[in-house]
Design a protein around this ligand. Sequence first.
Ligand code: ASP
Length: 604
Amino acid sequence: MTHQLEALGDWRRTHTCGELTLAAAGTTATLMGWVHRTRDHGGVLFIDLRDRYGATQVVFHPETVGPLLLDAASRLGNEFVIAVRGVVNARPADAVNPAMVTGAIEMDVHEFRLLSACDPLPFQVNEEYTLASEDLRLKYRYLDLRRPELSRVLALRHKAAMTARAFLSGESFLEIETPILVKATPEGARDYVVPSRVHHGRFYALPQSPQLYKQTLMIAGCDRYFQLARCLRDEDLRADRQPEHTQIDLEMSFATEDDVFGTVEGLFRSLWKECLGIEIATPFPRMTYDESMRTYGTDKPDVRFGLELRDVTTTCARSPRNVVANGAKAEGGIAVAITIPGGAGTSGTQLRKYEDVVKAAGAGGLTFFKILPGDREKQQVIFPGALLDEFLATCGAKEGDAVVFTNGPWERTCKALGVLRSQLGQAELEKRGLLGVTPEKQDWRFLWVRQFPLFEWSADQKRWEPKHHMFTMPNPEHLEYLETDPGRVYAQLYDLVLNGNELGSGSVRIHRPDIQERVMKVIGLTHEQAYEKFGFLLDAYRFASPPHAGIGMGLDRIIMLMAGRDSIRDVIAFPRTASATNLMDGSPSTLEDEQLKELGIRFQ
Ligand code: ASP
């Protein structure tokens, strides 16, 4: 006979399942939770009872509960919800589990109530690494979130949010909510739109970021603003993107880049200390965009490993071999090399694979040297006489190493070699034991990358586009090139990078309407179009804006790194798939005809 479902009645839980220790031995307690696992040891039933706080071993002895209750308990399936009442006992010495907070005790159950039964499970909750497909886990997200490893992540996320709020509030920032229904400004990513019922044919957009509003708040005199802001972007999703994400968004008046950096460094010091118990060193190192591209071939370098790009342009330009010299000699050209320590043993097949990597990333080819005495003669065909030693010295290469190098237009070439550097770096990280490790063992390398170009040329659109967004202040000394040579304009724009991940982006903003209009013109917006889109901000500027600066940082990615997870979906309670559907609630879904009519929407 299955036990009958019972109501809570007058039972109240006295403790959570993660709480009881030896100090409670001999007392009576009432616990409630989910049946995590059951074991039958010769007629004695052991259940690990689980809730968000942990698990407690509860024991059903036939002589204590009697045969009827024991029989009912033995029929409990995994994930049934029960309440148990009994006496807390010290476990026998050989049964103590030091890995668990509750590992020194167990409960001798006297009574229990079955509060809720569970259908057959689509996957087991009690496996740390479930083999279930991700789609199945997303459909039954509430079961997935019961898994201790994910529920721990939600708790960490909460703690991080609270820490960020407390820190920023302590620095005089005000948390201010900006609207969720905003004006559509089809710049950057595509907007999610919401039809207006009252004004047929008109639409709201969901905010891609609070950018315009937070700048308006500075003009309103709020001085320091922050928000844990939801941002929605209807982009074609890449593997680890979500259409809705949360930003720690902040803006400060009368502030420079240094002020933003100082605030953010304090914020991360406090996050790492409070949430992970780790002291991180501040200030974070800084590097310009050009330096980062030339040294690492990326604007978000992982500096936990070396393998820096070496500039060998002047040496290569003097090589008698055209393939090596021409790209280096050309206007805006560069030759760059990576030295692979101990790489002389790398097989030819492997080296050709490296070449495929850089070619796929946009480089023309890859030359490789093994630094072995027998190979010197061959290499002198490319670098005759002392040129070879000059080349090896620049590369910092010694016997037993390998050097790979390429040449061409500087940005593209550095980027291509940067892709290879990242791949080679994975092996370095593995060697150092830094892949998939707990936060205490991780090497946390924060970095500011600053001074980005303001624009980038869009070959598709055949026009200049803002590298970050159009509200970024150009360097004052570059203002004169705005109209004549936009590619030469660098800006007070910065990214926060951690171990090869971009955590956030921000800038010193334009606070003068005349400069704002000039920047808009460069990207092809007429005065009328600019007013149509951002009229309220441009108008507000006329009433005196303080100089201001800010940043938006991706909370999801921050939590992912703090929790040592590989996927951003693991740190979002209800994430979407790559096609922006939610497998649990089934959205997006269709509307009733009546609703469509009310909204004035008809499909052709
Ligand atoms: N609004 C920007 C973004 O979402 C962040 C910023 O510049 O503050 O990327």
